[in-house]
Design a protein around this ligand. Structure first.
Ligand code: AMP
Length: 249
């Protein structure tokens, strides 16, 4: 079966982001960008499906600027067979991405589409769910284990109270959580090999998808800086401060 993995290029998780002075968003100039960490886990899971003989082909798909080709090359260096970039300069919101991936899935007819559980830049946690709804496919989000049993998929989900096991028919959508697996590293020979793998470019217009934003960002602000703590002499002084200064007890 064919497997698609949706990957997003985001600000690297090690970068301390800075807000633009005019509050329009986060400053992306000269900032290191990487594959969204949850998408690395999604790619790894798809590759394990291929290595287990379950998946026949793994296709990495991303939507965004032309530079996102780098992220797709990384996915192919990890082991994806080919890649598709839906190129656009429009700042994409989850619904637009879900529609674009749907258009790609309608062409490619995969049996399984992996997403990351959320992108660490917008923290939306929406795209996989919206895609599943648009396709009318079952979905298992926050997956920590995925097993194919016959023609069905059994997925362990991380939920507030513990773990939940779901079974669903294919075609289906799975969004990857942190503990699903430990992604492999990219090796130099595989980076070289990935340069020769096919990378197809398309546009939202060719796919017939309107990607115009539906939401407007009004203002982005830094979190307030924490004020310095104080040392208190004893428990009595602490209680006194909590009662009369912080007024929390
Ligand atoms: P979000 O709903 O924005 O938190 O993103 C959830 C997941 O959707 C990500 O982990 C990716 O798998 C996928 N995704 C989000 N944005 C894009 C994009 N521009 N291109 C491809 N996949 C995306």
């Amino acid at each position: 079966m064919k497997v698609i993995v949706a990957i997003k290029r985001v600000v690297d998780f090690n970068v301390k982001v800075r807000v633009n002075p005019n509050g329009s968003g986060v400053n992306l100039a000269n900032v290191k960008m990487s594959m969204n960490p949850f998408d690395e886990i999604a790619v790894e899971e798809a590759l394990r499906f291929k290595e287990a003989g379950i998946a026949t082909e793994v296709i990495a798909v991303t939507c965004g600027l032309a530079v996102c080709q780098e992220t797709l090359r990384t996915a192919m260096a990890l082991g994806a067979d080919r890649a598709i970039l839906v190129e656009t300069a429009v700042e994409l919101q989850p619904l637009a991405v879900a529609k674009l991936i749907k258009a790609v899935a309608d062409k490619e007819q995969p049996q399984l589409v992996f997403f990351g559980k959320q992108a660490i830049d917008d923290d939306a946690n929406q795209t996989g769910q919206m895609f599943a709804a648009l396709m009318g496919w079952p979905q298992a989000t926050f997956a920590s284990k995925v097993v194919k049993v016959g023609e069905k998929l059994q997925v362990m989900r991380e939920i507030d109270g513990g773990l939940e096991m779901l079974e669903m028919k294919l075609p289906a959508v799975v969004t990857a959580d942190l503990r699903l697996n430990e992604p492999r590293y990219v090796t130099l020979p595989n980076i070289m090999k990935a340069k020769k793998k096919p990378l197809e470019m398309m546009t939202p217009a060719v796919l017939g998808v309107d990607v115009a934003p539906r939401l407007a960002t009004l203002n982005v602000i830094e979190p307030p800086t924490r004020s310095a703590g104080v040392m208190v002499a004893n428990v009595k002084a602490l209680i006194e401060k909590l009662k009369n200064e912080a007024k929390v007890i």
